[in-house]
Design a protein around this ligand. Structure first.
Ligand code: AMP
Length: 117
């Protein structure tokens, strides 16, 4: 699996405007949109425009981008009125990753149990 795979996912189609999404936030580095199968009242996906498969494929050159994503995750969660919320990055098939373009789930709006499944 390499980053070429991330350029051919449903999320890259969304980034290219070929598939619609319920957009929440957009800038030159990333895009946030509502999950099509929400697991909570708020369930947003935040993705980098750069095609990265997952956290296994990040490099030191991605340091600024990854910091930016966390800052935007916080901004998006606050803009949704959330005080308690969870970020999830499923990394690899056994962890539940189904779309191989890095994405941060931003989940909230109901009590969330721990540990996850
Ligand atoms: P993961 O299982 O961590 O790879 O997460 C992929 C997420 O993408 C799932 O929560 C799906 O519901 C969501 N998803 C798949 N296709 C779309 C789409 N077209 N628009 C919004 N969310 C989607």
């Amino acid at each position: 699996m390499d980053d070429a795979m991330a350029s051919e996912t449903i999320f890259s189609q969304i980034l290219r405007g070929e598939l619609p999404c319920d957009e929440v936030y957009s800038d030159e580095l990333c895009l946030a949109f509502r999950d099509i199968e929400p697991q909570a009242p708020v369930h947003i996906l935040l993705i980098p425009r750069k095609p990265i498969v997952n956290l296994t494929h990040i490099d030191v050159e991605d340091k600024e981008l990854l910091g930016h994503l966390l800052i935007i995750a916080s901004k998006v969660a606050r803009s949704e009125g959330l005080e308690s919320w969870r970020t999830v990055v499923n990394n690899g098939v056994d962890a539940g990753q189904t779309v191989f373009h890095l994405h941060i789930h931003i989940i909230g709006g109901r009590p969330l149990s721990w540990p996850p499944g």
